[in-house]
Write a protein that binds this ligand. Structure first.
Ligand SMILES: Cc1cc2nc3c(=O)[nH]c(=O)nc-3n(C[C@H](O)[C@H](O)[C@H](O)COP(=O)(O)O)c2cc1C
Length: 193
């Protein structure tokens, strides 16, 4: 087995981490999706195992707030692709959450996924998190509201650790992120997981 010194130095880190990348843009090959791929390129080159889920490919319905999972302690009453996504979130060591910025907040697909973790969020423990945001705006500071939304989620998860943020700013059109610093940042973040 190949050992990676950088991982050994970190002590608590391990090789072959399981990385789950949640790509929520409705634009396949869009800016945040490209940054997800860069992250994956870096992390797999470093010896980790990465899988991307393109949320638009999945049927994930809204949480209905029915209370079945919270009040009755039963599994979610909805039978859709969230079952499989939740299994993967629970099994992952690292979770990357990528969203386009819509009206200075996360997109609806990502929020829908977060709400649907309700039945199993207490099992999503001790994960390392990376956030990827893309926006037309060049102002990184203006992305903080969206990042805070992600933090609202990870605040609810025991042992979660925020490891990095990739700001894909200044990109409006699909693919415009190519050539911007965020591409290299995403690759390097993946590499240094
Ligand atoms: C509905 C909608 C709302 C948007 N709102 C914002 C916004 O508030 N601020 C901003 O800078 N860009 C905004 N944008 C631009 C997108 O964030 C930008 O095109 C981004 O690169 C999309 O990422 P994607 O290619 O991964 O989908 C918006 C785009 C759409 C379609």
């Amino acid at each position: 087995m190949k050992l990676y010194p950088e991982n050994q130095i970190k002590g608590k880190s391990k090789v072959n981490k399981k990385i789950l990348v949640l790509s929520s843009s409705p634009r396949r090959g869009g800016n945040s999706d490209l940054l997800c791929d860069q992250f994956i390129n870096g992390s797999t080159e470093a010896g980790h195992l990465a899988e991307k889920i393109f949320l638009k490919d999945k049927i994930i319905n809204y949480c209905t707030g029915c209370g079945t999972c919270i009040d009755k302690k039963k599994s979610c009453s909805q039978k859709d692709d969230m079952t499989e996504v939740l299994d993967k979130m629970v099994a992952a060591d690292v979770i990357v959450m990528a969203t386009p910025v819509y009206f200075y907040t996360m997109c609806a697909q990502m929020k829908t996924l977060i709400d649907r973790t309700c039945s199993r969020y207490t099992e999503i423990t001790n994960k390392e998190f990376y956030f990827i945001v893309t926006a037309a705006d060049n102002d990184t500071q203006a992305m903080e509201r969206t990042i805070e939304e992600f933090r609202g989620f990870t605040y609810c998860l025991d042992g979660s650790e925020e490891k990095g943020i990739i700001y894909g700013v200044g990109a409006w059109n699909k693919g415009e992120i190519k050539g911007k610093p965020a591409m290299e940042e995403a690759y390097q973040s993946g590499k240094s997981v």
